[in-house]
Design a protein around this ligand. Structure first.
Ligand code: ATP
Ligand code: MG
Length: 795
């Protein structure tokens, strides 16, 4: 056999460098070389090599230059097969030609100009083809295997000990901390050369006492002193007619940039250049200007650390100090936070492994734990407002207009009277949040309690005094937090929802995991060590999330039930304002709007025929009776014809006013529901008939109709007029109407001790041909989206 450069002879056989595998003997080597993997990698390598040879690296174009514009320019050298742009920053592009002669032609041309700018065109960097590194020191991998962790946990004798063990295992080791300190020192030394007076300050998990082996190094570059320095130097230069006193300004990088007016993107590029060119060991430097706080990311080779640098982010340094303080206030805080962080990582509900993402980040998750410790009785931690009052004058601190005052030392805060052990507190944490109305509440660590969502619903120009805004030190009252399925206010930057990145789906997962954890913590398996050597306590709680439905979800999904979640962020401004003055009764008002919207969907969009009148019953008892008895009882229910949507009569005025003196047998009961303490669910039901298969083939028909309409393309349920036309089309083309489907819909509103939502239960009442299943399947995805679309428009 010809010697192959990929094959290395080693002491016990061979090593294939391309596939990174060991092969014991010659027979297996031959099989390996003919095998699929080796062949595939050989082909891939050839392809990559050809791509590299046919490509050039281009930079220097305007940031808004499109790939097609570049392609058009380079066509003059030969056919262009692909242009790949650096998405994040639009700073460079790889232009791939179909033939290598075109590459040569492009490279030999002395000057390239596009849109008045000189382009830099270079040969594409040749990289050695390698399999992805197996990462011997990969920090994203746990430094302890789950098996080993479980073993360690089982050796302890109680959940309390297990939680202490979590800290012991995961906390930053002395070496970890030392490596971080060294990197901070190195960066400080390098940056100060270019930016006199600047300061590199670590924040986040490296210093907040909740760090773990794998955590990144968050850094702030504080340029306040440098700005002052630049100002002084410029003034003295002006007076001394460009004769610099100390020589620093002349050759300093500061002569190229005005720190007071530079944009964040310009500053980041400057930092990135210093990191790339002048900082030993630093590589993989990347600027992310699109983040909420623009950031430069980098890695350090020898110290094996990843870091982030933001500029002038003093609030982050301060909130890190706050986490440190909380950690020092009570010895139970750290074991709880470590355990919850690991649990959330295992269940894939927190951590956002690659930076931005729809999961909770560790900061937001930590705030949830601290909030729980503020609300437990008696509290383990004081509210931020209480902490502020415990601080002395020198500790007063206002950053960017936000009051960030709290004591610098735990000694200023009286110890907690709470004596619960860790096992109880962890159980309590899961119980508290498994019953928490995330979409209908706002978590405020500042107040140390839940604030009603209605305080945050009014339009910015119609602000009333909220718990936050009545605070005398409250600033910026005109900016509202971005509401979402989960609302956690930052303790200092009060208009910032630190969980504003969560989606409906991640919220649902979060809630499901809280419920599962709560259920498990109720079991003896959690609370007592197994005498038979079985896993117990934290072990099962910390088991990784597995894909696919677990038994209990399966059961839930089989119930013909559809939920419409309360989403404050999609409601029309006028409806939000209306809800904001309703107090706790906002749920009832919202539910009525949902009911009127449902009527529009069934009646007008899906053209179902009403079989009966709709009811909104008085309370749970009468609702249950209604379910048993299909007869409409006008004396006990608010009776609205299906042709007269509830919105006309039910939303504008409170329910109690509409009933009229004779319509209710218990008017008091109805009025109660509109008062703040009331949380009785309202219920409604309808009976509908459908004789056409309005659920079948909608996607295709929608596509065809969209082609002939002015409407822009919308997803299913995203536009009422298109959906009505789709239904109409199906009806008109249904020459042979099938047997009808009759079904009943029961709707109820939930909330306050669970997420605010409308729950719709479906039941086929007459379905001889068995079509209901298909219809329901369609409604399951269509209905929530359609209702949301209509709610967003509704006045
Ligand atoms: P890890 O890096 O291990 O995931 P961490 O404790 O560093 O955990 P991050 O989520 O990385 O937590 O946040 C680091 C710091 O960045 C926080 O301490 C906080 O100061 C700031 N921060 C992060 N997210 C937010 C946010 N949504 N709002 C305000 N500040 C935030
Ligand atoms: Mg971090």
């Amino acid at each position: 056999m010809q010697p192959d450069p990929d094959i290395q002879t080693v002491s016990k056989g061979y090593n294939c460098k391309l596939c990174d595998v060991k092969i014991p003997n010659e027979a297996s080597l031959e099989a390996h070389m003919k095998g699929k993997k080796h062949q595939h990698l050989c082909r891939l390598r050839t392809k990559r090599k050809a791509q590299e040879e046919n490509s050039v690296y281009v930079s220097g174009f305007k940031p808004d230059t499109s790939t097609s514009k570049l392609a058009e320019y380079f066509q003059q050298f030969g056919p262009v097969s692909e242009v790949i742009m650096d998405k994040e920053r639009s700073l460079y592009a790889i232009v791939e030609f179909a033939e290598s002669v075109s590459t040569e032609a492009a490279l030999t041309q002395l000057q390239h100009r596009l849109d008045g700018l000189k382009l830099r065109v270079k040969p594409r960097e040749r990289k050695e083809f390698k399999l992805a590194s197996k990462g011997k020191h990969d920090r994203t991998k746990p430094h302890i295997s789950l098996e080993k962790l479980n073993h360690e946990l089982c050796l302890t004798s109680s959940v309390n000990e297990q939680m202490q063990k979590m800290v012991e295992i995961f906390q930053l080791s002395e070496n970890d901390s030392k490596a971080r300190e060294l990197l901070v020192q190195l960066l400080q030394e390098v940056f100060i050369e270019f930016l006199p007076g600047c300061q590199i300050v670590p924040f986040g998990s490296s210093v907040n006492t909740f760090g773990s082996h794998s955590c990144d190094l968050d850094l702030v570059l504080d340029l306040e002193n440098t700005k002052a320095f630049q100002n002084r130097t410029r003034k003295s230069e002006e007076t001394a007619e460009n004769q610099s006193e100390d020589g620093q300004s002349e050759d300093s990088i500061l002569s190229d940039i005005d720190l007071a007016t530079a944009s964040p993107a310009e500053l980041l590029e400057l930092l990135a250049a210093i990191l790339r060119k002048c900082t030993p060991g630093v590589h993989k430097v990347q600027t992310v200007s699109s983040a909420r706080l623009p950031v430069v990311k980098f890695s350090h080779r020898q110290l094996n650390l990843q870091g982030d640098i933001t500029i002038n982010n003093r609030l982050a340094v301060r909130n890190t100090r706050f986490l440190q303080l909380c950690s020092g206030l009570d010895s139970r805080v750290r074991p709880l936070v470590y355990t919850v962080r690991f649990w959330a990582k295992q269940k894939q509900i927190a951590g956002n492994p690659s930076g931005g993402g729809p999961l909770l980040n560790n900061y937001a998750l930590t705030l949830l734990v601290l909030f729980y410790l503020q609300t437990v009785s008696p509290p383990v931690l004081p509210s931020v407002e209480q902490l502020k009052n415990m601080a002395c004058e020198e500790e007063e601190c206002v950053l960017d207009g936000w009051d960030c005052t709290f004591p610098s030392q735990p000694i200023s805060v009286p110890p907690s009277k709470n004596t619960d052990d860790l096992c109880t507190l962890l159980f309590g944490f899961f119980t508290y949040f498994s019953k928490f109305d995330f979409p209908g509440s706002v978590v405020s660590l500042r107040a140390g309690r839940v604030l009603p969502i209605t305080d945050f619903l009014s339009r910015d120009d119609e602000l009333s005094d909220t718990a936050e805004s009545s605070d005398t030190t409250r600033q910026n009252p005109t900016i509202r937090p971005k509401l979402g399925p989960v609302n956690i206010l930052d303790p200092f930057e009060l208009h910032h929802n630190v969980a504003g990145n969560l989606t409906e789906r991640t919220h649902k997962n979060l809630r499901r995991e809280f419920c599962e954890a709560e259920k498990y913590c109720r079991s003896l398996q959690y609370q007592h060590k197994s005498s038979k050597g079985k896993s117990w306590g934290l072990v099962k709680l910390l088991a990784p999330h597995t894909e696919g439905p677990s038994g209990s979800h399966d059961a839930i999904e089989k119930v013909p039930e559809i939920t419409v979640p309360f989403r404050a962020d999609i409601l029309s401004p006028s409806f939000r304002t209306e809800l904001s003055s309703a107090g706790e009764a906002f749920r009832v008002l919202w539910f009525k709007k949902v009911c009127s919207t449902l009527e529009v969907v069934f009646n007008d969009i899906l053209k179902c025929a009403p079989s009966e009148h709709v009811e909104i019953s008085q309370d749970q008892t009468s609702a249950k009776e209604d379910t048993k008895d299909e007869e409409v009882n006008n004396n006990q229910s608010l009776d609205i014809s299906c042709h007269q949507p509830i919105a006309h009569s039910g939303i504008k005025r409170p329910l109690a006013m509409e009933e009229g003196p004779s319509s209710s047998s218990s008017p008091q009961g109805k009025r109660m529901r509109l008062e703040p303490s009331a949380d009785y669910p309202e219920v409604a039901h309808w009976n509908w008939t459908q004789i056409h298969p309005v659920w079948a083939g909608r996607r295709k028909i929608r596509r065809v109709l969209l082609k002939t309409s002015d409407e822009t393309s919308k997803p299913e349920g995203g536009c009422s007029s298109i959906e009505s036309r789709v239904t109409q089309y199906i009806i008109e083309n249904d020459s042979n109407p099938k047997e009808k489907v009759q079904f009943r819909v029961d709707a109820a509103v939930r909330g306050s001790d669970e997420c605010t939502k409308a729950v719709l239960t479906f039941k086929a009442t007459d379905d001889p041909a068995g079509h209901f299943q298909d219809f329901f399947h369609f409604l399951d995805s269509f209905l929530p989206k359609m209702v949301e679309t209509l709610l967003a428009k509704s006045e």
